[in-house]
Each structure stands twice: as structure tokens, then as C-alpha cells.
Design a protein around this ligand. Structure first.
Ligand code: FES
Ligand code: MG
Length: 587
């Protein structure tokens, strides 16, 4: 089924107009509804325009500081056109716009804020269904988390990847080439003038990062879990097909309201299995782990790190998109057949009976999808990385687990032992890293702590710790690094991430000292410090908790309620099983 195609099966119309949620606002002959109707008329809408029609909220995460969603300012009109054509009543509700590139200290601090906003916007307004407009990293899970908890019919409209970057005839990839050329600049291999050229050429159009970063990973996941029209997550933002996807999403959500097709019906445990399998086949961003755990748990399924390990061991990476792949970007992936073709390649790993926003099954959505370039979307018999593209590690450094991305690192470090060089905060690491006398060799294990959910705060994407200048000049481009931070999906390298529990709350990473030997064995899925239990106990007894990061405001509430990485970094009070379900507003 291509975007724009209408599902063949007849509509399962179940709802009457009087059963619409919005009818409780607009229908009754009482004083409050008088107010709702007269205020709609104040906006210039005649009763004929809304009476008996599904009111569709469009949660739009556009802003003047969100380059990836720049086109949403116009695209929202295409969504509205679709809704109107299908007999719905569109209302645009702006929602928190979180630019991955601008937000300090990190957009991850605000994912749950968007999730809360999305849920409460849908709850408090007279809406029957929602189109969720997002795509830049945390905006996808943020919107989906909120819509899932509220559980009104919803469809996700991904922003689409931007065009390939270009500089001096070379293709540039978001993120990945910034890190790459930054290291070249620091090693003296390119000039300041070259660097300015990269700056001007790396982001050429609106849309999300076009490497397999968190944005492309999360929108693919949104589609695999059933929340996006077929093929929608691969369409470049600047392609006319993206405009058609917008209006088709608008048309489709109206029918979804009549069919009462809700997020929790679509997002079954099997659907999350599909999402994890697709994430693995795409060579996904490590951030996917945190977001998917949170999303699955909101939908009522106890998905955890073990599920990622399960699929990672079975599903090979076949999407040859950087940084796991060596050459291609999302635009190439689209031309090669896109996500439908990728899913068709790995269909033996998918539950094809899962229902999607089309009202049809995933299997029906991907039937007949073809690969047009077998170097970009590889056959499973000739993958980019055989199995274990993401590995979940445990050991005395990470009792609740941590992750590494073997598909995007120097394979020399898969088994490694070396002395730790520990930094307690990013500024001191940054200060030391260019010191050419730094006591570091290629065997050193570079460690940053206090960078987790509470320590960061917000678990910033610092996990690809910068390479010491001394090693860069010696020609090294990778080394074993470890932190309780995350790393950008566009990053690469031998980086152990998401160490849980984090050091800030007293996880064992807090007890590691410079000079201690750290041993990684990816095959054995283990990470340890070679310290006796007695010595560890003594260090623990001497450990004192660091001061709180925030003493007021959102940051304070965040630190009180944020869960650890292995739990998905949701707020404890947003968990599905936390208290009784929230009732509909009474009057
Ligand atoms: Fe928006 Fe990468 S900065 S997707
Ligand atoms: Mg990113």
C-alpha cells in the first residue's frame, strides 16, 4: 500500500456522531455547551462546519527554532485539507517544539514534558482523534507516549529526512560528518576554510537528520509499530510525496475515529517486537532502546533490555545507512525502496498480523514491496552486520545493564582490557582532552560519569567522548569509552552507554578510579572493573551523594521522578500502572 492509496476493505463504521467525544462539548443544550458553540462561531466557524463531525487535533511541533520541522508551518495546511475532505473538523494545537540541535542542556530533559503536554492537550480539549506532527529525535517518542496514554485514535506524521548534504562534491551526513571533519580539523588535516564549507553544506533542506540517527530510527519505529501510513517514514521532507502523505494522514485519521482504532489497539506487544526487529535491521540509534521501553510500557507491555538482546541476536543489519552502514543516507534508502522494502526483507522476523493505522495488517501493508538497490537495502544473506548490532552488557560496572553498538565501532575493541581514565564532569574532560601531555594511550578506557538521567541532568548525548588530541595525532580514530550518558544516533565508536544505575545515584560507576582496569567482552556481554568485592564495599561506604542539580522548577520535579535508562527514563507517575486511570473531564 503506497501513501495515497486507500485501504480496500470497507470501513468498519461503529461510532455514531452522538458518540463522538467532542459531542460532549458541542452537543448538549446547556449553558456550558452554549459557550463552546458560541466561541467556535467567534472564530468564524458555522455550526454546519463542526456539527456531527470528528474534531481532529493536529499536534504541530513547528517553531522558529526547529529547523527540522520548518516545513510543518505549511504542511499543517495539507493535513487540514485531508481532514476536511474526509469530513472532519481540523484544529491545530501547537505543542512543545524540541530542536535536538538547539536545546540545552539536552532535549532528553524535555521528552517527558512533551509527552505530558500531548496527553493533556488531547484530554482537555474537545477532540476525537489526533495527527501527531513530529520527527526530530525526542518529538517522536514524546508525542507517541502522550497519545498512547490518552488513547484516542492517533496517526503519526513524520517530518521526513532532509536531503543529502553536499560539500566540494562530497556527500555529507548529519552528525556523523560533523564529528568526522571536526577530528580532521583538530588533527590538522583540513583548514578552517574547509570547515566553514562543511558548516554550510551539511544541512541543505528542512527535514530531520538524514543519517540513521535517532530521528530516522524513531520514525521507522513509529511506522513499524503501526502508527504511520505505509512507507511514510522514508519519504524525504522535500519530496512532493511528503505533501501527499500529510493530506492522506489527515484523510485517514477521520476514518480511524469512526472505526475507533486507537493506539493501544495497534501497539500490542507483538507490534513492539516488530519495532525492535526493524530498529535492529536499520542499524538503529542506541537511543531507540530508551524510547521504545518507555513507549511499550505506556502501552501496557513490560518490554526491557532483554527484548533488545533477543532481537539483536537474530536480526542482521541490512539497512546500509550511515553510521552503521558505510556510504548511504536516508534519501538513498528511499530510492532503494524504503522501509516497506526493508520490512519485506526481514518478514520472517515480524508478526505480520499486527493491525496498523490503515486498519489493515502489517503484512498487507508490506506485501509486494521491492528492493531497488540491493547495496542500500541488503538481502539478509549479505548484511552490513550479521547479528548483535546492539549489545546489552552486564557486570559489576552496570548491574542493571548498559549498551554498546558493535556495528559502528572498531572491531578491535570487542574484547579489551585497559586502565580507566575517569572524569567526573564534562567540562574537566573537555579541558583535559586537548592536552598533549595527557596520560593516555590507545589502550586507555576513557570514562565520564555523572552524565545520566539525574546527573546530566537529562542524560545528554555526551557518550561519544571526544578522542584525546594526542591519540588523534598518532593516527587513532577510536578507543574504548564509557559513560552513563547517551550518544547521538549519528555517532559511532567503541562507546559503552546508558550505564545503569547511573553514577549520580550511587551506581558502581561512581566507585571507579583512574588506573583501575576495565574489561569489556562483547561476546560474553560483560563489562567489569577488576576490583575485589571487599574493595568495592569499602569504596561504597566512603561514597557521598553529590548535591542536587536543581532546587526548583521543572528540573527539580524531573530529578524527583525520572527513572533510570533501563526503565526507559519515563517519569514514575506517568507509568501506566501508577494509580487508577485518569477519568474523562466530568463537566
Ligand atoms: Fe533534528 Fe537531527 S537535529 S533530527
Ligand atoms: Mg540526534
Amino acid at each position: 500500500l503506497e501513501p495515497g492509496e486507500v485501504p480496500a476493505q470497507p470501513l468498519k463504521v461503529r461510532k455514531q456522531s452522538s458518540e463522538l467525544r467532542s459531542a460532549r462539548w458541542f452537543g448538549p443544550a446547556d449553558l456550558r455547551s452554549f459557550g463552546h458553540r458560541s466561541r467556535a462561531m467567534q472564530m468564524g466557524y458555522a455550526p454546519e462546519e463542526w456539527t456531527g463531525k470528528p474534531v481532529i487535533a493536529i499536534l504541530n511541533t513547528w517553531s522558529d527554532l526547529q529547523p527540522c520541522h520548518m516545513h510543518f508551518k505549511q504542511r499543517v495546511d495539507d493535513v487540514k485539507r485531508g481532514i476536511l475532505m474526509a469530513g472532519g473538523f481540523p484544529v491545530e494545537l501547537p505543542a512543545l517544539s524540541m530542536s535536538e540541535s538547539y536545546l540545552k542542556p539536552t532535549s532528553m530533559l524535555y521528552r517527558n514534558m512533551l509527552a505530558m503536554e500531548a496527553e493533556e492537550l488531547l484530554r482537555s480539549h474537545p477532540v476525537d482523534g489526533a495527527v501527531l506532527m513530529g520527527g526530530c529525535d525526542k518529538s517522536t517518542p514524546g508525542l507517541l507516549l502522550g497519545a498512547t496514554s490518552m488513547d484516542v485514535p492517533a496517526i503519526f506524521l513524520p517530518a521526513g529526512p532532509m536531503l543529502r548534504g553536499n560539500w566540494q562534491g562530497k556527500v555529507l551526513g548529519s552528525g556523523s560528518d560533523s564529528w568526522k571533519y571536526w577530528d580532521e580539523l583538530r588533527a590538522g588535516k583540513i583548514t578552517d576554510q574547509d570547515w566553514l564549507g562543511v558548516e554550510g553544506g551539511i544541512a541543505r533542506s528542512y527535514g530531520t537528520c538524514m543519517t540513521m540517527g535517532t530521528a530516522s530510527t524513531m520514525t521507522a519505529i513509529a511506522e513499524a509499530v503501526g502508527m504511520v501510513l505505509p512507507g511514510g517514514s522514508s519519504i524525504p521532507a522535500a519530496d512532493a510525496g511528503h505533501i501527499r502523505l500529510a493530506s492522506e494522514s489527515g484523510r485517514r485519521i477521520v476514518d480511524m475515529v469512526w472505526e475507533d482504532l486507537r493506539p493501544k489497539t495497534i501497539q500490542t506487544r507483538a507490534a513492539f517486537g516488530n519495532a525492535i526487529a526493524v530498529a535492529m535491521a536499520m542499524g538503529c540509534s542506541t537511543n531507540a532502546i530508551i524510547h521504545l521501553i518507555a513507549m511499550a510500557r505506556r502501552a501496557g507491555h513490560d518490554v526491557g533490555l532483554a527484548d533488545f538482546e533477543h532481537y539483536s541476536r537474530r536480526v542482521p543489519v541490512i539497512g546500509n545507512v550511515r553510521p552503521s552502514g558505510d556510504k548511504y543516507l536516508m534519501e538513498d534508502f528511499f530510492y532503494a525502496g524504503g522501509i516497506r522494502a526493508l520490512m519485506n526483507e526481514i518478514r520472517e522476523h515480524l508478526d505480520l498480523d499486527c493491525v496498523t493505522v490503515t486498519g489493515r495488517t502489517l503484512g498487507e501493508n508490506i506485501d509486494g514491496a521491492k528492493v531497488y538497490d540491493a547495496d542500500v537495502i541488503r538481502p539478509t544473506s549479505d548484511p552490513i552486520y550479521g547479528e548483535g548490532s546492539l549489545a546489552v552488557l552486564h557486570g559489576n560496572l552496570a548491574p542493571d545493564g548498559c549498551v554498546i553498538k558493535p556495528a559502528a565501532m572498531d572491531q578491535r575493541f570487542l574484547r579489551h582490557s585497559g586502565p580507566a581514565l575517569v572524569f567526573d564532569d564534562y567540562p574537566s574532560l573537555k579541558k583535559a582532552i586537548d592536552d598533549e601531555d595527557l596520560d593516555v594511550t590507545a589502550d586507555t578506557v576513557l570514562v565520564l560519569r555523572n552524565a545520566g538521567p539525574q546527573g546530566g541532568p537529562g542524560m545528554p548525548e555526551w557518550g561519544m567522548l571526544p578522542m584525546p588530541k594526542k591519540l588523534l595525532k598518532q593516527g587513532h580514530r577510536d578507543m574504548l569509552r564509557m559513560s552513563d550518558a547517551r550518544m547521538s544516533g549519528t555517532s559511532y565508536g567503541a562507546c559503552v552507554l546508558h550505564v545503569s544505575p547511573e553514577s549520580y545515584v550511587g551506581g558502581p560507576l561512581a566507585l571507579l578510579r583512574t588506573g583501575d582496569i576495565v574489561t569489556l567482552d562483547v561476546d560474553a556481554r560483560s563489562i567489569r572493573m577488576e576490583i575485589s568485592d571487599e574493595e568495592l564495599a569499602a569504596r561504597r561506604a566512603a561514597w557521598t551523594p553529590p548535591p542536587v542539580r536543581y532546587e526548583r522548577g521543572y528540573g527539580w520535579a524531573f530529578s524527583k521522578h525520572i527513572q533510570q535508562a533501563d526503565q526507559g527514563c519515563d517519569f514514575d507517575f506517568l507509568r501506566t500502572e501508577f494509580g487508577a486511570p485518569v477519568p474523562e473531564p466530568a463537566i
